[in-house]
Design a protein around this ligand. Sequence first.
Ligand SMILES: NC(=O)c1ccc[n+]([C@@H]2O[C@H](COP(=O)([O-])OP(=O)(O)OC[C@H]3O[C@@H](n4cnc5c(N)ncnc54)[C@H](O)[C@@H]3O)[C@@H](O)[C@H]2O)c1
Length: 145
Amino acid sequence: MKILITGGLGFIGSNFIRYALAKYPVMKIVNLDKQTYASCLATLKDLASNPRYAYIKGDICDPKKVAQAMSDCTAVINFAAETHVDRSINDASAFLNTNIIGVQVLLDAARKLKIKRFIQIGTDEVYGSRLKGSFNENDRLLPGH
Ligand SMILES: NC(=O)c1ccc[n+]([C@@H]2O[C@H](COP(=O)([O-])OP(=O)(O)OC[C@H]3O[C@@H](n4cnc5c(N)ncnc54)[C@H](O)[C@@H]3O)[C@@H](O)[C@H]2O)c1
């Protein structure tokens, strides 16, 4: 089983990659990350020689890179995002590109390649806060800001 993780040099994605490789000994992971200011290449440096891990530097808005990274994958988990929302006050373009166009590029590629499962990582800025249980896709949107 090979899965594509996007944004895997960020805070949550990098921890997920480490966790998944340890928990699922047959799993292979391709990590597509643009290496923005929010990434940390050194975080996964020790995985460089792991035959079940491959890193591709690239943008989720780039259909060619995405098709290359997604090829032979059975699932996609998108952690790639512009996350520090205060930065959008000065310039929102990166947010619109990555968080909207990038997701569309990933979804289009997943549909074309008949990817069985696509998991889009979100935040409580989308559905609001919840103290018990979990949200599902039919819940009401309740953006935090
Ligand atoms: N950190 C939290 O506490 C938290 C809580 C809830 C939800 N989330 C969500 O989890 C997801 C990941 O959050 P995080 O804290 O790990 O983010 P982060 O900012 O630490 O990492 C984001 C990663 O995405 C990469 N990236 C950005 N734009 C890209 C692009 N166009 N193409 C490829 N890679 C790109 C960056 O280089 C970086 O490595 C986000 O959707 C975020 O909203 C985070």
